[in-house]
Design a protein around this ligand. Structure first.
Ligand SMILES: C=C(O[C@@H]1C=C(C(=O)O)C=C[C@H]1O)C(=O)O
Length: 96
């Protein structure tokens, strides 16, 4: 690969990352915004904010999805743990 090809490939890759970053942000916002409906449903059902059985199911589903994918599984799990915490934090706004 010559210098110009390398520069082009680097810039195109960075452009793709920029698009993916925006899509990831929008998906995180969409997932977190479900906290409102989940919180008001739990309130009506007199359920606790924390549902460890549901979190175990999510963890198992993610493990199964990761089993066939070549990715740093621990890092993906860390990311989903953050997303779950974001959801719980958002739910607290409607449950307290
Ligand atoms: C979203 C919920 O609330 C909490 C957050 C979860 C999540 O972000 O996936 C899962 C279980 C709960 O501890 C839920 O009960 O489904």
């Amino acid at each position: 690969m010559d210098v110009e090809e390398a520069k082009t490939l680097l810039n195109k890759s960075r452009d793709k990352i920029d698009v993916l970053n925006e899509q990831i942000i929008d998906l995180i916002i969409e997932r977190t915004s479900l906290a409102h409906d989940i919180a008001i449903s739990k309130k009506a059902l007199n359920k606790d904010l924390l549902d460890t059985a549901r979190e175990d199911i999510i963890h198992d589903k993610i493990d199964n999805l990761l089993a066939s994918r070549d990715v740093d599984k621990e890092k993906i799990i860390e990311i989903f743990e953050i997303l779950v915490e974001m959801s719980k934090q958002e739910q607290k706004k409607y449950l307290d």
